[in-house]
Design a protein around this ligand. Structure first.
Ligand code: CP
Length: 312
């Protein structure tokens, strides 16, 4: 498989075999004897139209760890976007400045796909509105496999704002490629998983042996799951502030709620967390969100090395 020059826009664009190959390459890249010069003289354009801590920082550090550098912007308010320059033109400009790869985060669904059409260089979607966050999903899958030893046959509960959370959309699309997964969608009814994704779950279930359940209470499922994937309420994507306040503290996982969990069960979260995981969970052996975020560095190093043709 050759990933050189490939765009990473949606988990729907990757086959199970391609995902497995990327995950398998992670130790090769991280332990590569020439890691510090794998992407020497390569430059990544970082186009961040939305705030980020992990995605931005880990991509930046990943590029530097491979011997490359980064340019671009992390605050669109100090670019000509404020003069109404279009996304297309902004991408075109960066495409012409000699960058080798573009990492883009944008509040609008489809923005990364548009960027990939505008750019000659490969484009990586670092999150497009409520749609997809494929590099988060790759690090999630890496972390799930690291803790469970497999991506098949798992029971994975996703909790929170499933309507607007791009990480759960990407993760669901990815897990549907694996066999015999049981997905549990836990949310308030107003923030349920989009129907087009639920419909896809129904369609795929007969092909892969997967199944899904929808519920509203963590307590009903916590003893059954291998992965409890918590997410925050996406207040920036809710139209009404009152709705954001109403749902803000609707889920709060506390250590006491984990006493009947399977021993190997891991609590994951794409982060940032707000109130949905109490700090006392951090001290349990179920907490895995900080290791998960750290895996983002390794997975992003691997993606950059593959896309820039530094490893095959
Ligand atoms: N998980 C994630 O995308 O975090 P950031 O928004 O901080 O990048």
């Amino acid at each position: 498989m050759d990933f050189e020059g490939k765009d990473i826009i949606s988990m729907n664009d990757l086959t199970r075999e391609e995902i497995d190959e990327i995950l398998l390459k992670v130790p090769d890249v991280c332990n590569h004897p020439d890691k510090k010069s794998l992407c020497k003289d390569k430059v990544s354009a970082m186009l961040f139209f939305e705030p980020s801590t992990r995605t931005r920082t880990s991509f930046e550090v990943a590029m530097r760890n491979l011997g490359g550098t980064v340019g671009g912007f992390f605050d669109a308010n100090i670019t000509s976007v404020v003069k109404e320059e279009s996304l297309w033109d902004t991408v075109k400009m960066h495409d012409g400045y000699g960058f080798h790869v573009m990492v883009i985060r944008h509040p609008l669904k489809g923005a990364s796909r548009l960027a990939a059409e505008a750019a000659e260089i490969p484009v990586i979607n670092a999150g497009d509105g409520p749609n997809q966050h494929p590099t988060q999903t790759l690090l999630d899958l890496y972390s799930i496999k690291e803790t469970q030893g497999t991506l098949d046959g798992l029971t994975v509960a996703m909790v929170g704002d499933l309507a607007n959370g791009r990480t759960v959309h990407s993760l669901t699309e990815a897990l549907l490629k694996y066999d015999n997964c049981h997905l549990i969608f836990i949310s308030p009814r107003d923030l349920a998983m989009p129907r087009f994704i639920v419909d896809k779950c129904k369609k795929v279930s007969s092909e892969t042996g997967s199944s899904f359940t929808e519920g509203t209470r963590i307590e009903d499922y916590v003893a059954d799951v291998d992965i409890l994937y918590m997410t925050r309420i996406q207040k920036e994507r809710l139209l009404e502030r009152t709705a954001a306040e109403k749902f803000r503290s609707i889920y709060r996982l506390e250590a006491s709620m984990l006493k009947n969990s399977k021993p190997h069960m891991k609590v994951m979260h794409p982060l940032p967390r707000v109130t949905e995981i109490a700090q006392d969970v951090d001290a349990t052996h179920h907490a895995y969100y900080f290791q998960q975020a750290r895996n983002g560095l390794f997975v992003r190093e691997t993606l950059l090395a593959l896309i820039l043709g530094a490893v095959k």
